[in-house]
Design a protein around this ligand. Structure first.
Ligand code: PCA
Length: 179
C-alpha cells in the first residue's frame, strides 16, 4: 500500500513545525507493507492543496499531520469543514474568510479512525477525537483533499501538540500501522 504522510512547514510563531520533521523522518520507510512518501506542504491555503492534489492520485491513503498550538494531546480529526476563518495571513499573505468551495458544510474523513484510536488506547497514548480541524490551512487542505476523494482512497488528519517531534514518532507509527 502506498501511504502519503504530509506535514506542514513553518508559519506564524511556529518556526520548527514538528510535523515537517515527522514527514521527513518517515519518508522512504516501509512499515508493515505501507510504503511511505513523506511530503512537507507549505502553510499556504492555495499551494498546500495544489501540491497535494497530484500526490493524492498516486497513493492509496493519505495521513495528514499539522501542529495545533493550543493542543495538549493528539487530536484525531473526524471531519473537514467548508469554512475558512484565517486569524493570520498564511506564508503567501493570504487570509481568507468564508466558504472553501461549492460543497457540503462538512465532509467526514475516510481513514480508519477507530483502528487508529484502538492502537493508541492499547499503547496508552493520550488523544482526543476532534470534530474541528480549525479554520486555517490545515482544515482547508483536509476539506479539499476529502472533496477530491475517490472510492477506495482514505484521507485523514491528525493534529499534534507543539512538542519536539521525537515525542510523537511512536504515536504516528502506530497510526500508520492502523491505516
Ligand atoms: N498547523 C496549521 C497550519 C499548518 C500547521 O501545521 C493549522 O492547524 O491550520
Amino acid at each position: 500500500m502506498r501511504l502519503l504522510l504530509t506535514g506542514f512547514g513553518p508559519f506564524g510563531s511556529i518556526v520548527d513545525n514538528p510535523t515537517e520533521r515527522l514527514a521527513r523522518h518517515f519518508h522512504g520507510r516501509t512499515i508493515e507493507d505501507r510504503a511511505i512518501t513523506g511530503v512537507v506542504l507549505p502553510t499556504s491555503f492555495a499551494r498546500a492543496t495544489a501540491t497535494l492534489a497530484p500526490l493524492l492520485a498516486e497513493h492509496d491513503a493519505a495521513l495528514m499531520l499539522g501542529v495545533a498550538e493550543t493542543a495538549e494531546v493528539l487530536r484525531l480529526e473526524t471531519v473537514g469543514r467548508n469554512a475558512d476563518d484565517a486569524r493570520m495571513p498564511d506564508v503567501d499573505g493570504a487570509q481568507p474568510v468564508g466558504p472553501i468551495a461549492d460543497g457540503p458544510s462538512t465532509l467526514p474523513v475516510t481513514i480508519e479512525i477507530e483502528r487508529i484510536a484502538h492502537g493508541w488506547d492499547a499503547a496508552r497514548i493520550a488523544y482526543a477525537v476532534s470534530d474541528s480541524a480549525g479554520a486555517y490551512v490545515c482544515n482547508h487542505t483536509l476539506y479539499q483533499a476529502l472533496r477530491a476523494g475517490r472510492a477506495g482512497r482514505r484521507v485523514g488528519f491528525i493534529h499534534v501538540p507543539n512538542v519536539p517531534f521525537e515525542g510523537l514518532v511512536t504515536a504516528i507509527e502506530l497510526a500508520i500501522s492502523a491505516v
